[in-house]
Design a protein around this ligand. Structure first.
Ligand code: SF4
Length: 524
């Protein structure tokens, strides 16, 4: 007996949703892409869609349905295991019922993963104002997949588990993108892509009604999922984020059991602590690492005092009656500086200048290395008031420390808990190694740190690493010192030239070269 026959009698909202899905599916040949996150809303959406498809005739099953899950590669280990298992069951269900479905995981490229950005590029740990992770680890990979499907088929429809009434901002987004008189909404950024929300009118109770009172098409039940929400005492989840609007209306995806285990966007971790409370002890060291990342998130001393591009800038500081106020942020205390004396509330001396040129002259005369841990405590007057020397990426030594601690953690969970879970992939280590080379760090440190932790060589082959031997490097450094040249800059230029060797078109190289030669910090 069809599920809708049973439901008709009950007049369930699920019945309406299934009928609607069947109608919209049969309307055209545009393939569907369903976002499955493992949370309640996307599970309900998949339940509705798979039930609907199984009620269509072979002739009516006219187009393919891709079920995609985003895997940031730093997902909470137990959640990703659950998602893998569900995707497998869905795939089997499709085969058994001859449904045109397939499941896929979308991941960031290795050189754009969490670790490549944090450790390789030195990006600050994500926070509310600089949440770079969502774009790079969720939106970009999902969009790459959607674009491929669009390129192959002309158009595609994203099927999402969004609902009205979840939040005001979500409602605004939903209504602003509705295509009048249609079940579809425009995708906000991708041409030829639309979105369809089969459970848009469901309340939270409707969702749980579907999940707990009706059979799950791919087998099993949703009591574990329900427990997950009850345990975490939250209804938040991390939906498949496909654009800026869903990102903003979803709020922080880190504030849920479905967030990344490394998430520093939220003060208190929910992703790991719930599982630890329920007895998964091997996650404790992961939580400790995450908490350490959170504790260093706002530490000025660990960051370069210029941008990765070399730019020196000043970020606004508030002034009140002769006192400059740098507010408390994360673990960093509030600082108050007396402009007249230059002393702060800890009696530390600040260097306050009348303009940027004076500040830069001071940096030059005192040979201050802006890429080091030292904070020269520089403030200068700007057009808007006062500004403090702005921050750039994490200093290189700190990034090495992050990598060392991460590998030690990976080894520890294997040695102490017998858990073979890869926290960072070899491909990411290679990507970090290349990023470091590009930035002029030529000591082969990724391999060195790996060897220090594991006692064995890292088995990746990179001919980049042998650009110059130790003696040649030493000679190069001496030449630079004797001729007042910036050693880091010369290394970056050599690396650029090496990577461009043999290319006939050199216009991009000229651009890169000019970018390198125009970095602020080498002109002070
Ligand atoms: S869970 Fe946190 S780290 Fe992961 S993508 Fe969301 S905000 Fe970023």
């Amino acid at each position: 007996m069809k599920l809708t026959n049973i439901l008709e009698k009950n007049g369930s909202k699920l019945n309406d949703a299934i009928e609607r899905v069947k109608r919209v599916y049969k309307q055209d040949n545009r393939p569907w892409i369903i976002g499955y996150s493992g949370g309640k809303d996307s599970t309900a959406t998949c339940t509705v869609v798979l039930n609907a498809l199984s009620e269509l005739s072979e002739k009516e099953l006219c187009k393919h349905v891709y079920i995609i899950s985003s895997d940031t590669m730093v997902e909470t280990p137990l959640i990703i295991k659950e998602i893998d298992s569900t995707l497998y069951k869905m795939e089997q269900y499709g085969k058994k019922h001859n449904l045109p479905i397939s499941t896929h995981k979308v991941q960031p490229q290795y050189d754009n993963s969490f670790w490549a950005n944090l450790i390789g590029r030195g990006y600050p740990c994500p926070n509310q104002t600089f949440r770079w992770c969502t774009d790079r680890m969720k939106i970009e990979p999902a969009n790459r997949f959607i674009k491929e499907v669009v390129a192959e088929n002309g158009e595609a429809i994203m099927v999402l588990g969004v609902r009205k009434g979840e939040s005001n901002s979500r409602d605004r987004v939903l209504s602003s993108h509705s295509v009048k008189t249609s079940d579809l909404m425009r995708h906000t950024t991708l041409n030829n892509a639309f979105t369809f929300a089969p459970i848009i009118d469901f309340t939270i109770d409707d969702v749980w009604d579907v999940l707990l009172n009706y059979p799950c098409p791919w087998g099993g039940d949703n009591t574990e999922l329900f427990k997950l929400y009850v345990d975490s005492n939250a209804n938040t989840e991390c939906p498949l984020i496909v654009d800026e609007d869903t990102k903003n209306s979803a709020g922080s995806c880190g504030n849920s059991r479905f967030g990344c285990w490394v998430c520093t966007v939220v003060g208190e971790d929910k992703a790991l602590s719930g599982f630890i409370k329920s007895g998964t002890k091997w996650l404790i060291p992961l939580l400790e690492y995450r908490n350490w990342l959170y504790s260093i998130r706002d530490d000025r001393s660990l960051r370069m005092k210029r941008r990765a591009s070399g730019q020196i800038y000043f970020s606004a500081v508030k002034e009140n009656k002769g006192i400059l106020i740098i507010p408390k942020k994360g673990d960093r205390d509030k600082v108050e500086i007396n402009i007249e004396t230059g002393l702060d509330n800890n009696n530390d001396k600040w260097n306050i200048f009348d303009n940027k040129n004076q500040a830069i002259k001071f940096i030059k005369e005192n040979k201050i290395d802006l890429s080091s841990y030292d904070d020269p405590r520089i403030i200068c007057k700007t057009n808007e008031g006062y500004g403090q020397l702005g921050l750039g990426p994490f200093v290189y030594e700190e990034r090495k420390e992050m990598l060392r601690r991460l590998l030690l953690l990976q080894k520890r969970i294997k040695d102490e808990y017998n858990i073979d879970h890869e926290l960072i992939k070899k491909e990411e280590l290679l990507a970090i190694s290349k990023l470091w080379l590009e930035q002029g760090f030529w000591n082969n440190d990724v391999s060195e740190i790996y060897k220090e932790v594991y006692g064995e060589e890292l088995d990746f082959v990179s001919d980049d690493i042998k650009l110059l031997g130790k003696n040649e490097l030493r000679e190069l450094k001496d030449i630079c010192i004797n001729n007042d040249l910036d050693f880091e800059l010369i290394k970056k230029i050599l690396y650029l030239e090496k990577n461009s060797y043999g290319l006939t078109r050199r216009d991009n190289i000229q651009k890169d070269l000019s970018r390198l030669l125009n970095q602020d910090y080498i002109h002070i």
